[in-house]
Design a protein around this ligand. Structure first.
Ligand code: SAH
Ligand code: SF4
Ligand code: F3S
Length: 435
């Protein structure tokens, strides 16, 4: 029996897919990358923007054809769109066998059995509370792993659907996280990425209080762990102690992903982000003072309802002031049920696209200029796999998260290589191995 999984969305979804694969393997399924050869298909969906949601619809026609050719194929839709649309997905697409929510991953084997024995499509989206099997995963990589430290989100940024589809924020207990990472290291993992929608608010809901920096310290103490990443940081909860610990510990990487979202205080307020542009700049100043080599990346939304040209120019100004290494930029996409979706939006979409392009051009230039600073220098990179940029090329990641492509043998994958940078682009570098 073969299972095919397609994952959209953030690291949380990628981690969920690794959990799904673990469960399916236990049920006797083997992973396939050929959808036409599969007995079971899982689409793990995202709905953070309309475009992300539409990726499901891009597949649905093909799923229907596959099902009409072979009625025994099981089609399962999970993730945030499933959580949002629930039974409606089965009503609209009767060939879908199972719809399961973001809290129902552990039920999947049982849902599959029930579907087979009853012959009826099933939708399971109830939130049955914290899942104790969070860490049982079939990992994509042997040498690096995601480690969820919080699930859900309580922040209700006014544009964002995540709190509605992922539930309230819950922190995983410290000792469970540490035990899990120790287990990973004993199996050869050298890099972990601690994930959560707002990692900085870690621990607030735990009986045994622990801050995020307290957790980082404990993770950093684990012997054999070479690189510790974390994302996403929220400026409103970002504390000075996180900067101090990154500065003092070698295995905590010099990369902070700190979504700005907007540069105008009026818009930040409307977004319910709970910080000002001055607060943000203050954090950046502290980071740069203490960790000069730290790379800083961000997320930005253009065209939030009520955003005017002057507000946008403040975002552009922040981009020029901060000089992000990289920015993930999005045009605002209204999500049903969120507060922002009810605000009247009178700026034309054409205008928003123009701003978006302007932002992109500025940021791409800055990314390029920042990358140029690496030219001719030598860095240690963790070799992650083959590069898509050309035959015989490998892809590795610098401590600061920048991608480097270079010629090398496949046996290097999963280990560190020293690379000298000889060419730079906005989004990646080219280099050469040196001994
Ligand atoms: N928890 C993280 C990111 C969550 S979603 C954080 O707080 O930063 C990833 C990014 O998608 C967000 O940072 C935001 O820039 C973008 N995003 C979320 N909702 C959006 C919407 N409705 N329209 C456009 N972009 C959105
Ligand atoms: Fe969404 Fe805001 Fe939570 Fe991030 S912090 S997931 S943007 S509500
Ligand atoms: Fe998308 Fe859900 Fe992540 S909406 S961004 S997959 S939490």
């Amino acid at each position: 029996m073969k299972a095919y999984i397609k994952t959209f969305g953030c690291q949380m979804n990628e981690n969920d897919s690794e959990r799904i694969m673990y469960l399916l393997e236990n049920e006797g399924y083997e992973r396939t990358y050929d959808i036409a050869a599969s007995d079971l298909i899982v689409i793990n969906t995202c709905t953070v923007r309309e475009k992300a949601k539409n990726k499901l619809y891009g597949h649905i026609g093909n799923l229907k054809i596959l099902k009409s050719k072979n009625r025994d194929i099981l089609i399962c839709i999970g993730g945030c769109t499933a959580q949002d649309l629930k039974e409606k997905l089965i009503e609209d697409f009767p060939f879908v066998d199972i719809v399961f929510g973001t809290h129902n991953i552990a039920e999947l084997p049982e849902l599959i059995n029930r579907r087979v024995s009853t012959g009826k499509s099933i939708c399971s989206i109830e939130n049955n509370g914290f899942d104790p099997d969070l860490f049982k995963v079939k990992r994509e990589y042997d040498f690096k792993a995601f480690v969820p430290i919080t699930i859900g989100c309580d922040n209700y940024c006014s544009y964002c659907i995540v709190p509605f589809v992922r539930g309230n924020e819950k922190s995983v207990e410290v000792k469970k996280i540490i035990r899990n990472i120790e287990g990973l290291v004993s199996k050869g993992v050298i890099e972990v990425t601690l994930i959560g929608q707002n990692v900085n608010s870690y621990g607030k809901d735990l009986n045994e209080a622990c801050t995020f920096s307290g957790l980082l310290e404990k993770v950093s103490d684990i012997k054999g762990l070479k690189r510790i990443r974390f994302m996403t940081s929220h400026p409103k909860d970002f504390s000075r102690s996180v900067i101090d610990i990154i500065k003092n510990r070698d295995n905590l990487v010099g990369h902070i992903h700190l979504p700005l979202q907007a540069g105008s205080n009026k818009i930040l307020k409307e977004m319910n982000r709970n910080y000002t542009r001055e607060d943000y700049l203050n954090i950046i100043e502290n980071i740069r003072e203490e960790i000069p080599d730290c790379s800083i990346t961000t997320d930005i939304i253009v065209g939030f309802p009520g955003e005017e040209r002057d507000d946008f120019l403040e975002t552009l100004d922040m981009v020029r002031k901060v000089r992000f290494n990289r920015a993930f930029t999005f045009i605002y996409s209204p999500r049903e049920g969120t507060r922002a979706s009810k605000i009247k939006d009178y700026i034309l979409s054409e205008e928003k696209k123009k701003w978006f392009k302007e932002l992109l051009e500025n940021q791409n230039r800055i990314s390029y200029e920042e990358n140029k600073k690496f030219a001719g220098k030598k860095f240690e990179v963790l070799v992650e796999g083959r590069s898509k940029k050309g035959a015989n090329l490998l892809e590795g990641r610098m401590e600061n998260n920048t991608i480097v492509n270079f010629k090398g043998e496949e046996k290097l994958i999963g280990s560190f290589a020293r690379v000298k940078i000889n060419r730079v682009k906005s989004f990646y570098l080219m280099g050469k191995i040196y001994i």
